[in-house]
Structure formats: C-alpha cells, structure tokens
Design a protein around this ligand. Structure first.
Ligand SMILES: [Zn+2]
Length: 67
C-alpha cells in the first residue's frame, strides 16, 4: 500500500535512514532506508569483518535546505 506520510513541515525534506550494526565488531553503517526494512531484520554484510549485520534503528532526519 502506498500512502503519503504527512511531514511536520512541507519545506523540510525528511530523509529516512536505516542503522545497521554488526554484532561482532560493532561497526555501524547508515544506508538510506529501503521499503521493507525493519528493526531486527538482517542487514548487509559487515564491511569490516564480513559478519551479518542487524538493523537496530530506523530514523528520519531533516535535510537542510541549501547550505
Ligand atoms: Zn563486523
């Protein structure tokens, strides 16, 4: 289902990020959120040690206009 989510301010564009954390070495990566991502889901392979990362957080961040 595709529904538009009302933002707090139409002038501020929100970017949604997914935080993937490696349980072995603790490395965190912050790729852009992809549809279907959810906390505890398996993320990409750790770029440092090659282990499976887990999504630990999904959050939105306002991108600043021209600056
Ligand atoms: Zn790792």
């Amino acid at each position: 289902m595709m529904s538009s989510v009302p933002g707090p301010d139409k002038k501020t564009k929100l970017m949604v990020y997914t935080i993937e954390e490696c349980p072995v070495c603790g490395q965190k990566t912050k790729p852009a959120f992809a549809v279907g991502d959810y906390v505890t889901k398996d993320g990409a392979k750790c770029t440092k040690c090659g282990n499976q990362t887990k999504i630990t957080l999904i959050y939105a961040e306002g991108s600043k206009p021209s600056g």
